[in-house]
Write a protein that binds this ligand. Structure first.
Ligand SMILES: Nc1nc2c(ncn2[C@@H]2O[C@H](COP(=O)(O)OP(=O)(O)OP(=O)(O)O)[C@@H](O)[C@H]2O)c(=O)[nH]1
Ligand SMILES: [Mg+2]
Length: 337
């Protein structure tokens, strides 16, 4: 029997089974996803990312509680690109999130690397679709670490929270990692620790140096699509720039959480008023299609050429007997010989 109906009714076991099916790349899971797709697009996706140990999970837990107080249903997806298994960090999260357990309005799910990072990003996007179709209003996606994978996963979200904490040896962890561009809201957590105001000052200075005059786009690689340089607001005027607010929190004590919720609400309103939610959604979906198309074409190509054949060509490039462009030409023609 298909899982589609039970998922749409919000049945937890069906949701869990579907997400396992996605993780394990089961063909029936793909079919169910296709059937769920028309029911998606309702949830508000919030991505949280930042260096390990900054307090993301604690913050997610507190945010979930805050949304529950507003009577909103919440799904939490924690993604760990560094770990092939659901390891210790996630066990810790289980304990930390114990106060959410038993609440039917909350669903906590962790996802770990199985295969490629691209696969994980897609599995996360698909899991979010399942929760969306199941009627969860808020989807919080936590990714550990600071790197390309996190940027991609965070890019799934409508609003991205970058979490910093003082005393990690580096004033602002994310500057180097190029993750700042994706931040819609900054949280300086562990504000009870020494150095929090220095972290806030560093972020403020950095924002002062950034040009906020252009609407930000996460995925403007847009090969298949022309991304408009600016998006007209309903009034026809240029949208005012969004400057990411900086919130100070002590997540372990629930301090500053209301401010984060308010900042996110403000960002959402800003996006809605300027047509940016639609724009981000378009870019996100086009990016998703492009990724899948690339994977599919590559897989199709590699299925036609034997691994030995491919390796021989790659070796020739390594040995400088063939240039990379010529190698691509040969590989692309494998099926038309
Ligand atoms: N002093 C202080 N400690 C905090 C605060 N928030 C979280 N912590 C502690 O910091 C540690 C890490 O918190 P987590 O919420 O697991 O951090 P995380 O960013 O999810 O960690 P990873 O998922 O492993 O990257 C835990 O021991 C928390 O209790 C805070 O505001 N102040
Ligand atoms: Mg965590």
């Amino acid at each position: 029997m298909s899982l589609t109906e039970p998922i749409l009714r919000g049945e937890r076991r069906a949701i869990a089974r579907q997400i396992s099916g996605i993780e394990n790349n089961r063909p029936e899971a793909r079919q169910v996803l296709a059937e769920l797709y028309p029911h998606t697009g309702q949830a508000y996706l919030v991505g949280l990312t930042g260096a390990p140990g900054t307090g993301k999970s604690t913050l997610v837990n507190e945010l979930a509680k805050a949304y529950r107080r507003e009577n909103k249903t919440v799904a939490i997806i924690s993604v760990d690109p560094t770990s092939p298994f659901s390891g210790g960090a996630i066990l810790g999260d289980r304990i930390r999130m114990a106060d959410l357990a038993g609440d039917p309005g909350v669903f906590v799910r962790s996802m770990a690397t199985r295969g490629s990072l691209g696969g994980l990003a897609r599995a996360t996007a698909d899991a979010a679709k399942v929760f969306d179709a199941a009627g969860f209003e808020i989807i919080l996606i936590e990714t550990v670490g600071v790197g390309q994978a996190e940027v991609e996963i965070a890019g799934l979200a409508h609003s991205v929270v970058v979490v910093e904490a003082p005393g990690l040896g580096d004033e602002v962890q994310a500057i180097k990692a190029g993750i700042l561009e994706i931040a819609d809201v900054f949280v300086v957590n562990k504000a009870d620790r020494e150095g929090a105001s220095r972290t806030v000052a560093a972020l403020t200075m950095m924002l002062d140096l950034t040009d906020h005059s252009l609407p930000k786009t996460v995925f403007h690689h847009g090969q298949l699509m022309e991304v408009a340089a600016t998006v007209g607001s309903p009034s026809g005027a240029e949208p005012a720039a969004w400057r990411p607010p900086i919130c100070k929190t002590v997540a372990t004590q629930g301090q500053g959480i209301a401010e984060v919720v308010a900042a996110l609400a403000e960002h959402r309103t800003y996006q809605l008023n300027n047509g940016m939610l639609v724009q981000r959604e378009r870019e996100r979906l086009i990016f998703e299609i492009q990724q899948m198309l690339k994977e599919r074409l590559l897989a199709g190509l590699l299925a036609k050429a034997s691994p030995e054949e491919v390796n021989k060509i790659l070796e020739q490039v390594v040995e400088r007997q063939l240039d990379p462009f010529a190698a691509v030409e040969i590989l692309a023609k494998v099926d038309v010989k």
